[in-house]
Design a protein around this ligand. Sequence first.
Ligand code: SAH
Length: 341
Amino acid sequence: MISTEETLLGKSLEELTYWAQQQGQPAYRGKQLHQWLYQKGARSLEEIHIFPKTWREKLKNYPVGRSKIKYRTISQDNTRKYLLSLDDGLIIEVVGIPTTKRLTVCVSSQVGCPMACNFCATGKGGYDRNLKAHEIVDQVLTVQKDFQRRVSHVVFMGMGEPLLNFEAVISAIKILNQDMQISQRSLTISTVGLPQKIIKLANQHLQVTFAISLHASNQALREKLIPSASSYPIKQLLEDCRKYVEITRRRITFEYILLEGVNNFSYHAIELANKLRGFQSHVNLIPYNPIEGANYQRPSQDKTQTFVNILKQQKIAVSIRYSRGLEANAACGQLRYSDSF
Ligand code: SAH
């Protein structure tokens, strides 16, 4: 397997310049290479026709660090889900979500996910390994090329738990920001929350958007949905979130999946509001997307609206995430590559 150090994707302008010089080329080749990798999305050195033919010939098998598109599905709203095959043959998923103003890419941070949340298809599919930084960046380049349009937003809401792959995720964020010119505020990390990691993230002083998958208004309920919740009580989680806001001065988004008859009663909304009062935050409700092997239901629109209204009465900022790509199994929580065949 090829490590990040060896692949060209993932290297900064300085590193590419150094690499080109090591190859006996002038320094400006590094800048050209940088442009071809991060703007034009070159998949091989052979296609960089501005390079001397003999050099291209010599380097044609040099590892660039790009995945292969194995499969693509397009849903009616033009949300596209891709199965990408990595160097070691493992498969990950990435989703491209277009609107008039935005092209959002929902990237995976791991192959599978070890968190095993019982409403999530990825969690039910097991876990293989962490992704390398360049394997995260590659997903964004792949979607950008396929849509022939600049990616404006990236959300770490595909397969995996980003904070379990901390270093690679941070380094991917820096590349997306510095090398692909996507603003940090347009990058979102979503996490179930892990002890110590929220403060560690805060201390990176990034301008990224930060979302916590809370999903429950009390500890007992959260433990039923998210196995790791038992070793990280909501109280501690929210204390860490407060510190995050203090350190970064950025508000936090709390994601709350709506599961009919489980966590969507009026008293849950009140309980949630009480927990979040006085907190610079925002609640993003996600009506449940059905997955195989889970016995949950999505609440009716009326019930969803009631939940929203209570939060609003309680002066909590709230929005609903209407899922895109449902029929392509590309919506939140539906990513699990074996389903796609
Ligand atoms: N591991 C990270 C990223 C996961 S994905 C995290 O937990 O935040 C993004 C969001 O989709 C999470 O909030 C996740 O809980 C939610 N999700 C998972 N399964 C879902 C489903 N079946 N329906 C709706 N949302 C789901």
